[in-house]
Ligand binder design. Structure first.
Ligand SMILES: NC(=O)c1ccc[n+]([C@@H]2O[C@H](COP(=O)([O-])OP(=O)(O)OC[C@H]3O[C@@H](n4cnc5c(N)ncnc54)[C@H](O)[C@@H]3O)[C@@H](O)[C@H]2O)c1
Length: 283
């Protein structure tokens, strides 16, 4: 593998780029939509590098990671990529458009992966001429810390593609589970139902966010509670995921009015400095 492409440099795209740059000896091409978005993605990547440096990673290593990165607004930059991971907003039409473009630019049978949290891989693959090379690689946040990748197969995904995706994840030091294409896969489906129910408890005044989080941490031994998790994921991203799950799976996932108001007010969680909790600075 000489070049790995990443489409989208938000929370997840920057995290995936960082994992690849730190674990694989190859170039990483990260594409964003505008010069501003490119500089935000670069800041995210550089922030992760600085945190590693503070923890004692030597400069020769962090310099190497930084030198592996190439930032661009051009999709054509992927023409030399050996594989591409997509991490744009959770929206079917947007993802189908990105995959149709990638399919033209990246010659088959090179691997095209989506980091979707729950959108159908068959529907994304259906926008391409080569759906057999389209697969879900669902990383978790923060990417460099979380061990799991859900590997999601669409109806047309080939065995070769599954093997290539597994090998990619192994090179990043991840553990994988294999999941058939179904809305929300496994982890999102179960996790979103829990988070949607937690938000309903809060809206109905059953308990405070702090107490709901404490309850789930102490009662179920969760490392963090549902509101801490939504703030970490991003309230906007979480709302998009719930919307898309609601469209496919119904009432359990109905997007919360409270979260809609929070997004409109810019309370997006850790990344904006305020969500269900307040943070000293945007993280
Ligand atoms: N946030 C999480 O905890 C989490 C966890 C697992 C999976 N996911 C999934 O990962 C994907 C990305 O989520 P995120 O949290 O990084 O979102 P985000 O909002 O932080 O970032 C999305 C980025 O995509 C960029 N983008 C939009 N259209 C683009 C295009 N055509 N080309 C290139 N870039 C484009 C945006 O400018 C933005 O920077 C979603 O599908 C989400 O469901 C998120």
């Amino acid at each position: 593998m000489r070049t790995v492409g990443v489409v989208g440099g938000g929370l997840m795209g920057a995290g995936i780029a960082f994992s690849v740059a730190t674990k694989m000896d190859c170039k990483v091409v990260l594409r964003e939509v505008s010069a501003n978005a490119v500089s935000a993605a670069k800041q995210r990547f550089d922030g992760m590098v600085q945190r590693a440096a503070k923890k004692g990673t030597p400069a020769e290593l962090t310099d190497k990671w930084v030198s592996r990165m190439q930032y661009t607004t051009e999709l054509d930059a992927f023409s030399q990529a050996d594989m591409v991971v997509e991490a744009v907003f959770e929206n079917l039409e947007l993802k189908r458009k990105v995959f149709a473009d990638l399919d033209r630019i990246v010659p088959a049978p090179k691997l095209l992966c989506s980091n979707t949290s729950g959108i159908s891989i068959s529907m994304i693959g259906g926008a391409t001429q080569h759906p057999e090379r389209v697969i879900g690689t669902h990383f978790f946040n923060p990417v460099s810390v979380m061990k799991l990748v859900e590997i999601v197969t669409g109806l047309a995904t080939s065995q070769e593609t599954i093997a290539a995706a597994r090998s990619f994840c192994e090179q990043l030091g991840k553990e994988t589970i294999l999941v058939r294409d179904f809305p929300g896969f496994v982890v999102t489906r179960i996790g979103q139902a829990m988070m949607a129910e937690a938000v309903r408890c809060l809206e109905q005044g059953v308990a405070s966010a702090e107490d709901i989080d404490r309850g789930m941490r102490l009662g179920y031994n969760y490392p963090i509670g549902p509101f801490e998790l939504i703030d970490l994921i991003g309230v906007d991203t979480e709302l998009r995921v719930m919307q898309s799950m609601f469209e496919e799976m119904g009432e359990t996932f109905r997007p919360s009015p409270l979260m809609k108001s929070m997004v409109a007010a810019g309370h997006l969680g850790r990344k904006s400095g305020r969500g269900f909790y307040e943070y000293k600075k945007a993280e």
